[in-house]
Design a binder for this molecule. Structure first.
Ligand SMILES: Cc1cc2nc3c(=O)[nH]c(=O)nc-3n(C[C@H](O)[C@H](O)[C@H](O)COP(=O)(O)OP(=O)(O)OC[C@H]3O[C@@H](n4cnc5c(N)ncnc54)[C@H](O)[C@@H]3O)c2cc1C
Length: 151
């Protein structure tokens, strides 16, 4: 196996092709990571969530890291890390347009709101709750790929 760095355009392709990332945040020196659905447009990733631990932590510390990967068999993969900042997108005020943009992008996937809109044991519609749209402005993106030396 050989490992190589991939270009920003290849990183963009990996992120564009995916829709689930691992989102890592950190508060008071402690890490927290969850899988999460995203939409990618421009220089931002967009998300939908209920209030909870990750939202609370990102409000306290907006610096986040995300990881997305593609696998092509056991020995061929691409992995991208995104470093950026959490930005909450409230429905009113200066973030209204971005809020609607996030909604429009995310709703292209069927049942897009379910994983972020439900909590264990409850089956309430996210539209009835204090749900949150947020974005991550991409500050840095790095990517690596593994491939067979013979290929
Ligand atoms: C494929 C996939 C897509 C998802 N898409 C979204 C999405 O778009 N938006 C979204 O908000 N969430 C999504 N989720 C769910 C997400 O991973 C979290 O479970 C959820 O957002 C709750 O996170 P929270 O920080 O609000 O936890 P809270 O509800 O505050 O839960 C508190 C505690 O529960 C535990 N916990 C929470 N989530 C998980 C988990 N996933 N695995 C194990 N333990 C956990 C942790 O110990 C945490 O401290 C997705 C999950 C998967 C697998």
């Amino acid at each position: 196996m050989l490992i190589k760095e991939i270009s920003r355009e290849e990183c963009n392709q990996v992120v564009r092709a995916g829709h689930v990332a691992r989102l890592a945040c950190c508060k008071e020196g402690r890490p927290y990571i969850v899988p999460i659905t995203y939409a990618f447009a421009g220089n931002c990733l967009y998300f939908f969530s209920m209030p909870g631990r990750k939202i609370e932590w990102m409000r306290a510390n907006p610096n986040v890291c995300l990881q997305v990967e593609e696998f092509f068999g056991d020995r061929h993969w691409k992995s991208v890390l995104v470093f950026g900042r959490y930005q909450e997108l409230p429905p009113e005020g200066q973030w209204h347009r971005e809020h609607m943009h996030a909604w429009t992008l995310l709703e292209r996937r069927p049942n897009w709101w379910e994983p972020g809109g439900l909590k264990p044991g409850r089956r309430e519609l996210a539209t009835c709750s204090s749900h949150v749209f947020f974005s991550v402005d991409i500050e840095e993106m790095t990517g690596r790929a593994a491939y067979d030396a013979e290929a």
